[in-house]
Design a protein around this ligand. Sequence first.
Ligand SMILES: CC(C)NC(=O)[C@H](Cc1c[nH]c2ccccc12)NC(=O)[C@H](CCCC/N=C(/NCCC(=O)O)S[C@H]1O[C@H](COP(=O)(O)OP(=O)(O)OC[C@H]2O[C@@H](n3cnc4c(N)ncnc43)[C@H](O)[C@@H]2O)[C@@H](O)[C@H]1O)NC(=O)OCc1ccccc1
Length: 282
Amino acid sequence: MDKLESFRNYLKNCKSIISLCGAGLSASSGLPTFRGSGGLWKNYSSIDLATPDAFHTDAGLVWQFYTFRRHAALKAKPNNGHKALSKLSYLENINYLTLTQNVDNASRIAKHNPKKLLELHGNLFTLSCTNFMCTFKEEQNYNHPLTPALADCEDEFSEGSFQPVKEIPESELPHCPRCNTGLLRPGVVWFGEPLPLKVIDKVDEFLVKNDPINLILVIGTSQSVWPAAAYIDRVKQQGGKVAVFNTEIPDMETVENKNAKGEYQGWAFKGDAAITLPLALE
Ligand SMILES: CC(C)NC(=O)[C@H](Cc1c[nH]c2ccccc12)NC(=O)[C@H](CCCC/N=C(/NCCC(=O)O)S[C@H]1O[C@H](COP(=O)(O)OP(=O)(O)OC[C@H]2O[C@@H](n3cnc4c(N)ncnc43)[C@H](O)[C@@H]2O)[C@@H](O)[C@H]1O)NC(=O)OCc1ccccc1
């Protein structure tokens, strides 16, 4: 039995399924992955910019980084990979949940069932106040640019070289409309910050209520960020199987780990998730 048939046979008997998505799911929508560009934005390490320290040190630099990503995400169109997951999220005969590490809003634009989507690391279009006395938080703020000083941060390059980063005084950065003193920050989870408790609780609740989860779809992720990557083992511990959708699958045999009868115990679909995922879920 070939891989696709084997996967589809298993899929149709699944009662509970989870997807764990990463930047590779949005790659063919034109959005850079973290590792794709060597993890760099204008020669700055994306991981270093996505930290509370970077924001405290130079909020202007960090806001130029997020303005670039907000603009790119505003322009991007969801691909068939996003749409295939949206379709899966409305099936009534299964218990289903999408866990996305992406903050690009693409799954929402792809009309994913909001009840079955958890944005583990937040969303670029959510804004919150950094003044700890102020609880201001706004979702779905698509304004661009957020301030005149952030106007020309759309392009990483100009004439082929990195467009220089500007010094932007805090007074010209987005401020809280409620307390009028706090700087606004993007509603994403920075490295070194805990994931929102309510999100962690919702995942745990799903994993416990629907134990055993039969299948986890691991889509376009390098599985290198925690605690997100740990959910793969949580499903394995429940006896669930893993299907990987990635352009690079170095450990294909381990993923598929065929038994003595040559039957697939997992599936590795190498290629662009915008193509392989809709095909597998057809
Ligand atoms: C780098 C890593 C080692 N560091 C961590 O994991 C850290 C530290 C850590 C915690 N526990 C650990 C245990 C071990 C080691 C380290 C840690 N984790 C944290 O800091 C977490 C917070 C982690 C979340 C960080 N925020 C992000 N995003 C939001 C911001 C922003 O986006 O700006 S993470 C961000 O990077 C990650 C990037 O990974 P991927 O999405 O997988 O993308 P990547 O580019 O790596 O790979 C792309 C893949 O796609 C494939 N691909 C490419 N094109 C395609 C294609 N077309 N089709 C298919 N596949 C494709 C490629 O082959 C590749 O495999 C995503 O999660 C993304 O959300 N917080 C925390 O632990 O808090 C604690 C705590 C607890 C209590 C109190 C205080 C503190």
